[in-house]
Design a protein around this ligand. Structure first.
Ligand code: AHG
Ligand code: MN
Ligand code: MN
Ligand code: MN
Length: 334
């Protein structure tokens, strides 16, 4: 079988940008290496002593799982070793890790926001989990980083991607020129191009939401969910509800099959639960690059001006026609 590895693909794509010096390519390869190491740990989770909680609570107020901490350490050390990164914002650290310095010693010009292990509640029950990353170029040319370098709008991302540790392990990413998916071939230890130029259907028959929060949903979301339950599709078939509880897995399915994922604001989560910098912005960039749409229900996710590293935002994302419908309900019912 003819295959193209992630490394070959990155080099090929880089050739299209002769002025590029290869730093971003190197950064993406560093992430690919860390993903293989984390995948190895994920695959033996039941055997090695890495299930269960780590015994600490993170800045999110969540009980950290051992695999949260392991994945966090692995990606940070790979990014630090690679030298292309001057700052890392991680879900698992209250403050970002700043490798820039006044002497400008860090050559790295990229800022990485990362959710090292997404879907932690699924680790111990062997359901798909993931990693999400978002990459920006620093705005200032050298020296110490400023808030303007770090809290950039999602439209400034130079790359974003996710790793899905599922029935197979996939790495899906974009650099703003479409979305490509790579599947890990364990027999050669390489991510191989398996889903070139991924596109999301403009409509779908699946909606994805934690229905358990229904009473707390805003009116527009309640109305949309009710319509999904009461009205049939044009095909005469009912909508399906699919909700895994791992954002990466829910959105990978949504991208491949079409559909909509919603995590709205509610009484319990005033600004929604999902974090802007390392969950919503990267996934919004990917879904838009695949022809989909990502909004808060009112505003485009990628145009939100971040105010703080761990800020949350409501998220309505997926097939364009379905997101349009939710936005129309927000406009009519607000
Ligand atoms: P994380 O494990 O990185 O903290 O993210 C969990 C997120 C996301 O993966 C998922 O879509 C959502 O939490 C599920 O939340 P509920 O359990 O509240 O539905
Ligand atoms: Mn978490
Ligand atoms: Mn997450
Ligand atoms: Mn996480």
């Amino acid at each position: 079988m003819e295959y193209k590895t992630l490394g070959q693909f990155i080099i090929e794509k880089q050739a299209e940008f002769p002025f590029a010096k290869g730093e971003l390519s190197r950064l993406l390869r560093d992430i690919g290496i860390a993903a293989k190491v984390v995948n190895r740990e994920v695959n033996k989770a039941g055997l090695a002593e890495i299930l269960g909680s780590f015994g600490q609570v993170n800045v999110q107020g969540e009980e950290q799982q051992k695999l949260d901490v392991l994945a966090d350490r692995e990606f940070i050390s790979a990014l630090q070793r690679g030298g292309e990164c001057c700052y890392i914002a991680s879900e698992e650290h209250e403050e970002g890790l700043d490798f820039s310095s006044s002497e400008g010693s860090s050559e790295g010009k990229y800022i990485v926001c990362i959710d090292p292990l997404d879907g932690s509640s699924n680790i111990d029950v062997n359901i798909s989990i993931g990693t999400i990353f978002s990459i920006y170029r620093r705005k200032s040319s050298s020296g110490r980083l400023s808030e303007q370098d770090i809290l950039q709008q999602g439209i400034n991302q130079v790359a974003a991607g996710y790793i899905l540790y599922g029935s197979s392990t996939m790495l899906v990413y974009t650099t703003g020129h479409g979305v490509n998916g790579f599947t890990l071939d364990p027999s050669i230890g390489e991510f191989c191009l398996s889903h070139p130029t991924m596109r999301i259907p403009e409509n779908g028959n699946t909606y994805s939401i934690n229905q358990g929060n229904f009473v707390n949903f805003p009116p527009a979301i309640k109305e949309y969910v009710k319509r999904c339950q009461e009205e049939n599709l044009p095909t005469g078939r009912p909508y399906s509800l699919r909700y895994i509880g791992s954002l990466v897995a829910d959105l990978h399915r949504t991208m491949l099959k079409g559909g909509i994922f919603m995590y709205p604001e509610s009484v319990r989560h005033r600004n929604g639960k999902l974090r802007l910098m390392y969950e919503c912005n990267p996934m919004a960039f990917i879904l838009e690059q695949a022809g989909g749409k990502a909004s808060t229900g009112k505003d485009r996710i990628l145009e939100i001006h971040p105010k703080e590293l761990h800020q949350r935002t409501p998220l309505v994302i997926g097939s364009t026609l379905m997101v349009d419908m939710v936005e129309k309900l927000y406009a009519d019912m607000d």
